[in-house]
Design a binder for this molecule. Structure first.
Ligand code: ANZ
Ligand code: ZN
Length: 868
């Protein structure tokens, strides 16, 4: 995902681009043709605010920021294809954003309608949501923001709702996208299958009329206790005309929270359609208007079933505390024989499916789903219900009454109406915003007369340009499709380049974009497919074939143990292993939280790069947490990575020294004479081979586990270190170390390249990135042969008489016939045990190896006894 050019990278960028860079570099080494592009999501409010506050041209502000951030990205050792770079605010890009708008318009998928916007009555301007503070006031004038209706542009994303939902199944196959993102998409699209049921409403004068509700649980129809209508239901508005009390209730709407249980009883009665169906005496039900009923969902009306719906239960208990609650569905079959289950003090609604109870007449004993279908079917015969589907997805409001966005290519003519700008007149270029805009309010475009006034493309008469610009989500809904052909002036991209490169193979980005950005991109891609611009099989018209969604980076946060106040770094006394609050001398509370200015826990990636080097940071960021999880940024832990890199670099220099002995490099599979290899050689070759297999798998299929790739590489390094280059056959040392460097190269590119250069000074084989990546460093026959001779045994290690751990060590090769054989075996056992992680911890950390008193090897290495 490309970045917003705020002016400086944040830790999230460091994380996301490290991941994508590792994948890109690995794929290139594997021989794939890789396009690893990036660009800038360059429109949006902050640039415009800079113009208002400081009189800076948004274009200049943005370009400056891009230049800075590009330097920072390069400082991260990323391998982006800068040739393909795009910026959404450049006319050469937004020309095509405008042409997508026109294509949508021509298909009736871009349209105008009235919608509520935030309006500042003092500045007389429309505000973005970000410009309204938490008290509902304008960020600039401080006025209470009003909601007014305004004609705005929409994209008809709902036209694609079925495909948007269905194709999530395709993305779910084989784990192409993470399930949590898929379920967020599913919920947002929100298809509900249920029924539309007709009740009869009677007023005080016994006039009756039908009203419809949408329900997903027609099986609970026997348990309906009331109806609730939204506050803008036509019936409610009609009644409000003659009821000041109701009017006052409706006027309080802005103060209701979404989970309020408030309601207002209307002078109406409702009749359950079941009474008509089953010919039973109708029991009139109360009717309310309630804020919890959404006006633009379903029918804007619900049937209240307190026994089986949590919100309905809360509502009922508040308004009718003395009335019974009916349970019409029960979990078990055995209870179907129960008579009416009545209760006033039901604590929890029974919201699961089950079996209909005996109150349900002819439906008693049926399972919920079956009963629901049957009830609707029966009601349907009398036109009292029909199966019905409701979607949560709404059309996409793309109008912004702002300057710094893609101009909507529409001209308003008093005789011809809404006229699209002809394709050949694109781009409609934004006029420059000079310093005179400082301190002004409203949409600057409205005031730039020589831009707004134009001629109608149809009749040639005087006309006005549309001054709304597009939501920046429109820019980012298609930018990725531009990369394969980013210089194309005529089309979005050529069919040829699209056919070669689209869809995107791997898309990496923050999980915070799980809903809107991805949904919009999926929509636009499907549209481009329907237009024939991209080919894609039905069912698989998806822009991102694999999505890697990384978790957030949280910062180390210090707060005062007494007051809970967040502390500035300057308020802390930080020593090597202690941190105290300067003022009180107490130890601060340490937590990890989302980085923010108010918590003083932000980390500037550039400063960290200066301090630790980009490669150490890249490795650390991957190592510190699995890709999908929150990463707790703790710089104290980078030393571990630095130590590792130091160790690798020493291995390389040791090998370079040894090199006078051995000549060439890059003999990937030397024809080893296995018989001549030592046990150490065998061990190292097998370890390198295993590591290579793991790493290839991780880079290719399991990017989410990149953290384990680092630990595998550290293990291999330690294995090589413990044995020592000098104890290995030169060719083996050479091969393993160059394999290690290659595996590190995608992660720590500069470091690996530098080591590689040292190693190949005499061989001169070019960049490490030009070498090939093979999944095996020895043939599988060699591997089996080595494994056979490398049989290991389990060694029980006792320290001061206590069994502490067991270790896998090589079995004895010689027969231990002589005393010197025996001594050699003892040395071998000790070395093998020390080379294990447990061995290191128990013998060198928890105990001081140099202070050992007695070491006894029993049974050829089955037991090792050490006394300290
Ligand atoms: C009766 C009922 C009984 C319901 C029960 C649920 C459980 P989803 O799944 O999200 O689509 N509903 C319908 N229209 C509504 C509106 N405009 N505002 C608020 N709520 C509305 O939810 C569908 C359910 O949400 C519907 O099924 C309805 O409550 C409620 F045991 O009908 B149900
Ligand atoms: Zn005209």
């Amino acid at each position: 995902m490309f970045a917003y050019p705020s002016g400086s990278l944040h830790m999230g960028h460091l994380r996301v681009y490290t991941i994508s860079d590792v994948i890109a570099r690995y794929r290139r080494m594997r021989g794939d043709r890789v396009l690893h592009p990036t660009g800038w999501d360059a429109f949006g409010l902050p640039a415009e605010n800079a113009a208002i506050e400081r009189g800076i041209d948004p274009a200049v502000w943005t370009e400056d920021n891009i230049a800075k951030m590009k330097q920072q990205l390069k400082g991260m050792n990323t391998s982006f294809d800068w040739d393909a770079e795009i910026s959404t605010c450049s006319p050469s890009f937004y020309k095509h954003t405008q042409s997508i708008f026109l294509k949508l318009f021509n298909r009736g998928l871009a349209y105008q309608a009235e919608a509520l916007v935030n309006y500042d009555p003092v500045d007389k301007t429309v505000l973005a949501n970000e410009q309204v503070d938490s008290n509902g006031r304008s960020w600039r004038s401080g006025a209470l923001v009003q909601q007014i209706n305004l004609r705005q542009w929409f994209f008809r994303i709902t036209h694609y709702k079925e495909a948007l939902l269905r194709d999530l199944d395709y993305l779910s196959e084989g784990g192409k996208w993470p399930e949590r993102v898929l379920s967020q998409q599913r919920n947002w699209i929100g298809r509900s299958i249920g029924a539309r049921i007709q009740f009869t409403i009677e007023d005080e004068h016994d006039n009756s009329r039908p009203i419809h509700v949408f329900t997903t649980r027609p099986d609970t129809l026997f348990g309906v206790k009331y109806l609730a209508l939204s506050m803008s239901h036509p019936l409610v508005l009609q009644l409000a005309a003659n009821s000041p009390e109701l009017r006052r209730f409706i006027d309080r709407r802005a103060s209701f929270t979404p989970d309020t249980k408030e309601g207002f009883e209307l002078p109406l009665r409702a009749i359950n359609p079941l009474s008509q169906l089953l010919d039973i005496e109708p029991e009139p039900l109360p009717v309310y208007t309630a804020p919890y009923v959404l006006e633009d969902y379903g029918e804007g009306a619900v049937m209240g079933v307190p026994g089986h719906d949590t919100r309905d239960l809360g509502f009922w208990k508040l308004h009718r505390p003395a009335d019974p609650i009916e349970l019409v569905v029960s979990p078990q079959e055995s209870q179907t024989g129960n008579t009416r289950t009545l209760s006033k003090d039901l604590q929890e609604a029974y919201t699961s499916h089950g079996i209909l109870t005996s109150v349900c007449g002819p439906y008693a004993g049926l399972k919920s789903t079956e009963a629901g279908l049957k009830i609707v079917e029966d009601l349907n015969k009398k036109s009292l219900a029909e199966p019905f589907e409701t979607w949560r997805l709404r059309d996409w409001l793309v109008s912004r009454q702002r300057y710094w966005g893609t101009p909507i290519p529409i001209i308003h003519c008093s005789s011809c109406g809404t006229v699209p700008v002809p394709q050949e007149d694109l781009p409609v270029v934004l006029p420059r915003l000079d310093s005179s805009y400082k301190g002004q309010s409203g949409n600057p475009l409205d005031k730039i007369d020589d831009w707004v006034n134009c001629n109608c493309p149809k009749c040639g008469g005087a006309a006005r340009r549309e001054t709304d610009t597009m939501d920046t989500f429109v820019d980012s809904s298609w930018y990725f499709a531009r990369f394969p052909d980013s210089q194309n002036e005529i089309e979005l991209f050529s069919r040829d380049s699209a056919a070669k490169m689209l869809p995107v193979d791997t898309y990496v980005g923050g999980v915070e974009h799980a809903i809107l950005h991805l949904l919009y991109a999926r929509f636009v891609y499907k549209f481009l497919c329907s237009e024939g611009l991209v080919s894609g099989d039905e069912g698989n018209r998806e822009p991102f074939q694999r999505l890697v969604a990384q978790g957030m980076v949280h910062g180390k946060t210090h707060s005062d143990p007494d007051t809970g106040r967040f502390l500035l770094p300057s308020e802390l006394d930080i020593n090597d292993d202690t941190v105290v609050v300067k003022a009180t001398g107490k130890t601060p509370n340490v937590t990890f939280e989302k980085m923010s200015k108010s918590k003083h826990n932000g980390v500037d990636p550039s400063v960290a790069i200066e301090k630790f080097g980009a490669d150490a940071l890249r490795a650390h960021i991957l190592f510190a947490a699995p890709v999908s999880e929150v990463l707790q940024w703790d710089e104290e832990k980078i030393v571990g990575i630095q130590r590792w890199l130091g160790r690798v670099s020493r291995l390389v220099s040791n090998l370079v020294v040894q090199r006078s002995v051995y000549g060439g490099i890059e003999s990937t599979m030397p024809s080893y004479n296995l018989d001549k290899l030592t046990d150490h050689d065998a061990h190292v070759l097998l370890l390198t081979q295993a590591t290579r297999k793991n790493i290839s798998h991780t880079f290719e299929n399991d990017v989410y586990s990149l953290n384990t790739a680092i630990s595998d590489l550290i293990k291999l390094t330690n294995g090589l270190h413990d044995i020592g280059v000098e104890s290995l056959t030169a060719a083996v040392a050479q091969q393993s170390i160059s394999a290690l460097l290659k595996m590190m190269a995608p992660i720590t590119p500069a470091f690996a390249e530098e080591c590689w250069e040292d190693l190949t000074k005499y061989g001169s084989v070019g960049s490490i990135f030009e070498t090939s990546w093979t999944a095996h460093i020895i043939t599988s026959e060699q591997e089996t042969a080595l494994q056979r001779r490398q049989k290991s045994i389990t060694c029980a290690v006792q320290i001061n008489g206590k069994l502490r751990f067991t270790a896998q060590i090589p079995s004895s090769q010689s027969g231990n016939a002589t005393a010197s054989d025996k001594a050699a075996r003892e040395a071998e056992v000790l070395q093998a045990v020390l080379a294990t992680e447990d061995g290191r911890v128990w013998l060198t950390e928890r105990n001081d190896w140099d202070k050992r008193k007695r070491v006894v090897v029993v049974g050829n290495g089955k037991v090792l006894n050490i006394v300290f």
